[in-house]
Design a protein around this ligand. Structure first.
Ligand code: PMP
Ligand code: GLN
Length: 381
């Protein structure tokens, strides 16, 4: 294996899902819903296959999907995006992240990134030859510390990699926090890449603000999203990047050599979903909010500290009072002890002290599954 991959651990999500399969434990680890998205959207994909849309899509994506992304950005955020030059369809947000970092980061460039990090950021920064500089969102409320952000920026910083709503903490960056990022980006002439795959899965009437909508930010920001979370089709791997034409062209320059194009028959289906299935994700957010409450209340009944999330699929706990000093040891023992799988969040941190005791639990599961998981945990106590 090449040096650029040394020290990068295998993705924790595959490891913990394999553990769940092996042990028959309930999987509250990897974030995927156990109910699929709208049947009409599945029908649209089947129809696309039946009507012969099974060969390569255009590299940047079918025009109808790029148009639907543009209409979505207009409807939700008041943005005017050019479908011809300012949108590229990708193999999930994952490819968009990889292509953006490979396209924009030179060896030795520094990338300021929110810690805990979604694991692919660490790997893709490394594959691009970049150096990560974490800015830690600290428990219990995971707010962005403006001083820590400023301290992370050096004269080698190339870009800020954001994620809001944030995985794994479930924090939603406020307009004020984003303004701090915008001020720093403008002052130091930085690019911003922002992963907003949970843009529609917010709770308690919170508002998602794309940083590209802040004054002066459009020209320096690439915004990433995907159909996986919004429409509960995580296996389809249809994502997209929007931003100014020059940055989007750079992403495409990398994307064409990664996959060239992807998911031809799913693209028209996702276009239809974006155009017609707004109520699906509104309803999904309400359901997830209730499931968040169900799991958080269940976990609070054990002896763990629960950090109630503002968005996403996930809740974080601290397992020290539960008798564990180390979240990895806790998560490896949990299937046998309680028949449940969770994610040891320490793998998302450089800061061992902050990460060591944290565990992430997914609540994008049917109520009966969450209830069973909580019962098992309580019985194992
Ligand atoms: N970013 C974040 C923050 C995620 O949680 C995920 C997992 N879905 C992804 C990116 C990957 O998205 P996709 O499945 O569209 O590649
Ligand atoms: N985004 C999902 C999570 O955080 C997993 C995606 C993956 O397995 N790469 O659980």
């Amino acid at each position: 294996t090449a040096a650029r991959l040394h020290g990068i651990e295998p993705t924790i999500f595959a490891e913990m899902s394999a553990l769940a399969l092996r042990t028959g434990a309930l999987n509250l680890g990897q974030g995927f819903p156990d109910v699929d998205g709208p049947a009409t959207v599945v029908d649209a994909a089947v129809e696309a296959m039946r009507t012969g849309r099974n060969q390569y899509a255009p590299g940047p994506g079918f025009p109808e999907l790029r148009e639907a992304v543009v209409a979505h950005q207009q409807r939700h955020y008041g943005l005017d995006v050019d479908p011809a030059t300012q949108v590229v369809v990708t193999a999930g947000a994952t490819e968009a992240i990889a292509a953006a970092l490979l396209a924009l980061v030179d060896p030795g460039d520094e990338v300021v990134v929110l810690e805990p990090f979604y694991d692919s950021y660490v790997a893709c920064i490394a594959m691009a030859g970049g150096v990560r500089r974490g800015v830690t969102l600290r428990a219990p409320d995971f707010r962005l510390d403006a001083d820590a952000l400023r301290a992370a920026v050096t004269d080698r910083t190339k870009l800020v990699l954001l994620n809001t709503p944030h995985n794994p903490t479930g924090a939603v960056l406020t307009r004020e926090e984003l303004q701090v990022v915008a001020d720093v980006a403008v002052e130091h002439d930085l690019l911003v890449v922002t992963d907003e795959v949970y843009e529609h899965l917010l709770f308690d009437r919170r508002e998602h603000v794309p940083i590209c909508t802040l004054p002066g930010m459009w020209d320096r920001t690439l915004t990433i999203s995907s159909a996986g979370k919004t429409f509960s089709f995580t296996g389809w791997k249809v994502g997209w990047v929007t931003g100014p034409a020059d940055l989007v062209a750079s992403v495409y320059a990398a994307k064409q050599w990664l996959t060239f194009s992807n998911a031809a028959p799913m693209q028209p289906a996702v276009a239809e979903a974006l155009d017609k299935e707004t109520s699906f994700y509104e309803e999904l957010a309400r359901e997830l909010e209730a499931k968040r409450d169900l799991l958080c209340e269940g976990l609070a009944g054990l002896d763990v500290d629960v950090y109630v999330p503002e968005a996403t699929y996930f809740v974080t706990t601290d397992v020290r009072r539960y008798g564990y000093d180390d979240s990895l040891a806790f998560c490896l023992a949990l299937p046998e002890r309680a028949g449940v799988v969770a994610i040891p969040s320490q793998v998302f941190y450089d800061d061992r002290e902050e990460g060591r005791h944290k565990v992430r639990w997914a609540f994008c599961k049917e109520r009966a599954v969450i209830e069973k998981g909580v019962r098992r945990l309580a019985a194992a106590d």
